[in-house]
Write a protein that binds this ligand. Structure first.
Ligand SMILES: C[S@@+](CC[C@H](N)C(=O)[O-])C[C@H]1O[C@@H](n2cnc3c(N)ncnc32)[C@H](O)[C@@H]1O
Length: 249
């Protein structure tokens, strides 16, 4: 099952030049555009993490399952193709156990200032910190227990795309948990204007935890009224479809 998506041309924002080698990370991410997701490798990594975390949460293995890894690998590949690989602060809303942060930090195509994984559930903090322990020690990762609907972006130093330059890379806000957050305006209105953004949702209505699914990409675009869409796409999975938008507010 293949992705259906399109990159929307934008003269003001071509892909930025990515680094040949990214920051120090776990070095387990894919190196090339389009390389298939290595779900098995991340699963092994999860098993190691499980042995290190005292009382691991029940849903940790879900965070590393094939669909979750494929959706996040899709995000990494498309973000790199559309926006390039250099970012300052990256904020991941509903960042859960910090798997997307780990994948971003491990991917050699990306050069990142720091990744902040924000989640309402306090149990996510110790696991995310363990998974990203090296970046945590290097102060390139932080796990924050906070509500995306009340988040103060002021202290996070997210640079708008227009104010970025060679020595001052732009900020990036990601939310791959849109289907879990009841009112999109409540968190979306707080996201600073001009910052690059990536959002994912799905049409998996049968999952009780999914309180805000969308039936299709058009409905997702209405829910998230970006001023500029640079990429829109659909990734079919066996039981549902995942939608993604990349752009600016
Ligand atoms: C099951 S997980 C993520 C699933 C998703 N497919 C992914 O991996 O990106 C959803 C997460 O969103 C978090 N969440 C829900 N509402 C939130 C909010 N208002 N602020 C921050 N995190 C929130 C939950 O605590 C949970 O950890």
């Amino acid at each position: 099952m293949h992705e259906v998506g399109r990159i929307v041309p934008d003269a003001t924002n071509g892909p930025q030049e990515g680094p040949e080698a990214g920051p120090e990370g776990d070095r387990t991410g894919s190196k090339a555009e389009g390389e298939p997701a290595s779900a098995a490798r991340w699963h092994t990594f999860a098993t190691v993490v499980l042995t290190r975390v005292s009382s691991p949460p029940e849903d940790l293995h879900h965070a590393f399952n094939k669909n979750q890894i494929a959706s996040k690998q899709w995000l990494l590949d498309r973000v790199h193709a559309v926006l390039g690989g250099r970012f300052g602060t990256v904020v991941v809303l509903g960042g859960w156990h910090g798997v997307l942060a780990a994948m971003l930090l491990a991917d050699r195509r990306f050069s990142l200032g720091r990744v902040i994984s924000v989640d309402l559930d306090p149990r996510c903090v110790p696991v995310a910190e363990q998974i990203n322990c090296r970046a945590l020690a290097e102060r390139r990762f932080a796990a924050l227990c906070a509500d995306a609907c009340a988040l103060d972006y002021g202290a996070l130093e997210l640079r708008p795309a227009a104010a970025s330059g060679p020595g001052a890379p732009p900020g990036l806000v990601i939310n791959t948990s849109c289907e879990h957050m009841p009112e999109s305006e409540a968190w979306y209105d707080r996201v600073p204007r001009g910052v690059f953004q990536v959002y994912q949702s799905n049409d998996y209505f049968d999952c009780p935890e999914h309180v805000n699914c969308v039936p299709d990409l058009e409905a997702f675009k209405k829910q998230i009224p970006m001023t500029r869409i640079l990429y829109e796409g659909v990734l079919p999975r066996r039981r549902y479809r995942r939608f993604m938008l990349i752009g600016r507010k």
